[in-house]
Design a protein around this ligand. Sequence first.
Ligand code: SAM
Length: 177
Amino acid sequence: MVIEIVRIGQRLVRDDRVTTHVALVSRAFGAQRIFMTEVNPEIKDTLEKINKTWGGDFVVEFIDKWKTIVKKKKEENFKIVHLSMYGENINDVQENLRKEENLLVVVGAEKVPREIYELADYNVGVGSQPHSEISALAILLDRIQKGVQFEKEFPNAKRKIIPTKNGKNVLVKETRD
Ligand code: SAM
Protein backbone atom coordinates (compact mmCIF):
# COMPACT_ATOMS: atom_id res chain seq x y z
CA MET A 1 0.00 0.00 0.00
CA VAL A 2 1.24 3.49 -0.85
CA ILE A 3 0.43 6.10 1.80
CA GLU A 4 1.12 9.78 1.26
CA ILE A 5 0.20 12.74 3.44
CA VAL A 6 -0.78 16.30 2.67
CA ARG A 7 -0.59 18.97 5.36
CA ILE A 8 -3.03 21.82 4.76
CA GLY A 9 -3.53 25.24 6.30
CA GLN A 10 -0.36 25.49 8.35
CA ARG A 11 0.48 28.99 9.55
CA LEU A 12 3.83 30.68 9.21
CA VAL A 13 6.14 30.00 12.20
CA ARG A 14 3.29 29.16 14.58
CA ASP A 15 2.70 25.66 13.16
CA ASP A 16 6.32 24.83 12.26
CA ARG A 17 6.95 22.48 15.16
CA VAL A 18 3.65 20.62 14.73
CA THR A 19 4.17 20.35 10.96
CA THR A 20 7.67 18.95 11.56
CA HIS A 21 6.16 16.37 13.91
CA VAL A 22 3.45 15.50 11.38
CA ALA A 23 6.27 14.83 8.89
CA LEU A 24 8.29 12.78 11.43
CA VAL A 25 5.25 10.64 12.29
CA SER A 26 4.48 10.16 8.60
CA ARG A 27 8.01 8.85 8.00
CA ALA A 28 8.31 6.72 11.13
CA PHE A 29 4.83 5.21 10.69
CA GLY A 30 5.37 4.01 7.13
CA ALA A 31 4.17 6.77 4.79
CA GLN A 32 6.34 7.49 1.76
CA ARG A 33 5.86 11.22 1.19
CA ILE A 34 4.40 14.41 2.62
CA PHE A 35 3.19 17.40 0.62
CA MET A 36 3.09 20.84 2.22
CA THR A 37 3.23 24.49 1.22
CA GLU A 38 6.68 25.98 1.58
CA VAL A 39 6.10 27.95 4.76
CA ASN A 40 9.42 26.81 6.21
CA PRO A 41 12.14 25.24 4.03
CA GLU A 42 13.94 24.01 7.17
CA ILE A 43 11.36 21.24 7.62
CA LYS A 44 12.60 19.61 4.41
CA ASP A 45 16.22 19.92 5.60
CA THR A 46 15.32 18.37 8.97
CA LEU A 47 13.70 15.34 7.34
CA GLU A 48 16.61 14.93 4.91
CA LYS A 49 19.02 14.84 7.86
CA ILE A 50 16.81 12.26 9.58
CA ASN A 51 16.85 10.11 6.41
CA LYS A 52 20.65 10.34 6.24
CA THR A 53 21.09 9.24 9.82
CA TRP A 54 18.22 6.82 10.31
CA GLY A 55 17.72 5.59 6.73
CA GLY A 56 15.00 5.43 4.14
CA ASP A 57 14.00 7.89 1.44
CA PHE A 58 10.99 9.69 2.86
CA VAL A 59 10.17 12.70 0.70
CA VAL A 60 9.05 16.21 1.68
CA GLU A 61 7.56 17.87 -1.38
CA PHE A 62 6.57 21.53 -1.48
CA ILE A 63 3.38 22.43 -3.31
CA ASP A 64 1.57 25.66 -4.15
CA LYS A 65 -2.02 24.54 -3.54
CA TRP A 66 -3.34 21.55 -1.62
CA LYS A 67 -6.35 21.27 -3.95
CA THR A 68 -4.15 20.69 -7.00
CA ILE A 69 -2.41 17.74 -5.33
CA VAL A 70 -5.68 16.27 -3.99
CA LYS A 71 -7.23 16.39 -7.49
CA LYS A 72 -4.08 14.97 -9.11
CA LYS A 73 -3.96 12.08 -6.63
CA LYS A 74 -7.64 11.33 -7.21
CA GLU A 75 -6.85 10.99 -10.93
CA GLU A 76 -4.01 8.61 -9.99
CA ASN A 77 -6.50 6.36 -8.15
CA PHE A 78 -5.57 7.41 -4.64
CA LYS A 79 -8.41 7.46 -2.13
CA ILE A 80 -8.50 10.66 -0.11
CA VAL A 81 -8.72 10.27 3.67
CA HIS A 82 -9.43 13.50 5.53
CA LEU A 83 -8.73 13.40 9.26
CA SER A 84 -11.47 15.31 11.06
CA MET A 85 -13.12 14.92 14.44
CA TYR A 86 -16.46 15.29 12.61
CA GLY A 87 -15.79 12.28 10.39
CA GLU A 88 -16.89 8.66 10.66
CA ASN A 89 -15.47 6.79 13.62
CA ILE A 90 -12.16 5.13 12.72
CA ASN A 91 -13.41 1.91 14.32
CA ASP A 92 -16.11 1.72 11.62
CA VAL A 93 -13.94 2.46 8.56
CA GLN A 94 -10.53 0.95 9.33
CA GLU A 95 -11.32 -2.35 7.60
CA ASN A 96 -12.29 -0.60 4.37
CA LEU A 97 -9.17 1.60 4.55
CA ARG A 98 -6.96 -1.51 4.85
CA LYS A 99 -8.36 -2.78 1.51
CA GLU A 100 -7.33 0.35 -0.43
CA GLU A 101 -4.16 0.37 -2.53
CA ASN A 102 -3.20 4.05 -2.46
CA LEU A 103 -4.14 6.59 0.18
CA LEU A 104 -3.60 10.34 0.44
CA VAL A 105 -4.19 11.43 4.03
CA VAL A 106 -5.19 15.06 4.53
CA VAL A 107 -4.14 16.56 7.85
CA GLY A 108 -5.45 19.99 8.85
CA ALA A 109 -4.07 22.79 10.96
CA GLU A 110 -6.21 25.58 12.40
CA LYS A 111 -8.79 26.13 9.65
CA VAL A 112 -9.94 23.46 7.25
CA PRO A 113 -11.77 24.56 4.09
CA ARG A 114 -15.27 23.10 3.74
CA GLU A 115 -14.46 21.79 0.26
CA ILE A 116 -12.13 19.09 1.57
CA TYR A 117 -15.08 17.28 3.16
CA GLU A 118 -16.62 16.84 -0.29
CA LEU A 119 -13.39 15.96 -2.07
CA ALA A 120 -12.55 13.26 0.49
CA ASP A 121 -13.52 9.62 -0.06
CA TYR A 122 -13.34 9.12 3.70
CA ASN A 123 -13.72 11.73 6.44
CA VAL A 124 -12.29 9.90 9.46
CA GLY A 125 -12.56 10.83 13.12
CA VAL A 126 -10.11 9.37 15.61
CA GLY A 127 -12.80 9.65 18.23
CA SER A 128 -15.22 12.58 18.10
CA GLN A 129 -13.29 14.92 20.39
CA PRO A 130 -10.82 17.59 19.32
CA HIS A 131 -7.19 16.64 19.89
CA SER A 132 -4.14 16.85 17.69
CA GLU A 133 -3.21 16.21 14.09
CA ILE A 134 -0.08 14.42 15.27
CA SER A 135 -1.98 11.92 17.41
CA ALA A 136 -4.78 11.51 14.86
CA LEU A 137 -2.27 10.73 12.11
CA ALA A 138 -0.26 8.29 14.23
CA ILE A 139 -3.35 6.34 15.23
CA LEU A 140 -4.75 6.29 11.69
CA LEU A 141 -1.47 4.98 10.25
CA ASP A 142 -1.18 2.36 12.97
CA ARG A 143 -4.79 1.17 12.57
CA ILE A 144 -4.37 0.86 8.80
CA GLN A 145 -1.09 -1.07 8.98
CA LYS A 146 -1.73 -2.91 12.27
CA GLY A 147 1.80 -2.32 13.59
CA VAL A 148 3.52 -3.91 10.57
CA GLN A 149 5.17 -0.55 9.86
CA PHE A 150 7.39 -1.09 12.89
CA GLU A 151 8.86 -4.29 11.40
CA LYS A 152 10.06 -2.39 8.34
CA GLU A 153 13.78 -1.70 7.72
CA PHE A 154 14.89 1.81 6.83
CA PRO A 155 17.62 1.14 4.21
CA ASN A 156 21.05 2.83 4.18
CA ALA A 157 20.86 3.97 7.79
CA LYS A 158 24.00 5.26 9.52
CA ARG A 159 22.46 4.40 12.86
CA LYS A 160 20.18 1.56 13.79
CA ILE A 161 18.60 1.03 17.17
CA ILE A 162 18.67 -2.47 18.59
CA PRO A 163 15.66 -2.53 20.90
CA THR A 164 16.71 -3.43 24.43
CA LYS A 165 15.06 -3.81 27.78
CA ASN A 166 17.46 -1.43 29.49
CA GLY A 167 19.67 1.38 28.22
CA LYS A 168 20.52 2.26 24.64
CA ASN A 169 21.98 0.00 21.99
CA VAL A 170 22.74 1.73 18.70
CA LEU A 171 24.63 0.21 15.76
CA VAL A 172 26.72 2.91 14.09
CA LYS A 173 27.79 2.35 10.49
CA GLU A 174 31.21 3.81 9.67
CA THR A 175 31.16 6.18 6.69
CA ARG A 176 33.79 8.44 5.14
CA ASP A 177 31.68 11.64 4.89
N1 SAM B 1 -10.92 23.49 14.38
C1 SAM B 1 -10.36 22.80 13.26
C2 SAM B 1 -11.43 22.40 12.29
O1 SAM B 1 -12.47 23.00 12.28
O2 SAM B 1 -11.22 21.49 11.50
C3 SAM B 1 -9.54 21.58 13.73
C4 SAM B 1 -8.22 21.96 14.28
S1 SAM B 1 -7.25 20.60 14.85
C5 SAM B 1 -6.17 21.37 15.96
C6 SAM B 1 -6.14 20.31 13.52
C7 SAM B 1 -6.31 19.00 12.81
O3 SAM B 1 -6.16 17.92 13.72
C8 SAM B 1 -7.64 18.76 12.15
O4 SAM B 1 -7.77 19.44 10.93
C9 SAM B 1 -7.61 17.25 11.97
O5 SAM B 1 -6.89 16.88 10.81
C10 SAM B 1 -6.85 16.78 13.22
N2 SAM B 1 -7.72 16.28 14.29
C11 SAM B 1 -7.94 16.83 15.51
N3 SAM B 1 -8.77 16.08 16.23
C12 SAM B 1 -9.10 15.02 15.47
C13 SAM B 1 -9.95 13.87 15.65
N4 SAM B 1 -10.62 13.66 16.77
N5 SAM B 1 -10.03 12.99 14.65
C14 SAM B 1 -9.35 13.17 13.48
N6 SAM B 1 -8.54 14.23 13.25
C15 SAM B 1 -8.43 15.15 14.23
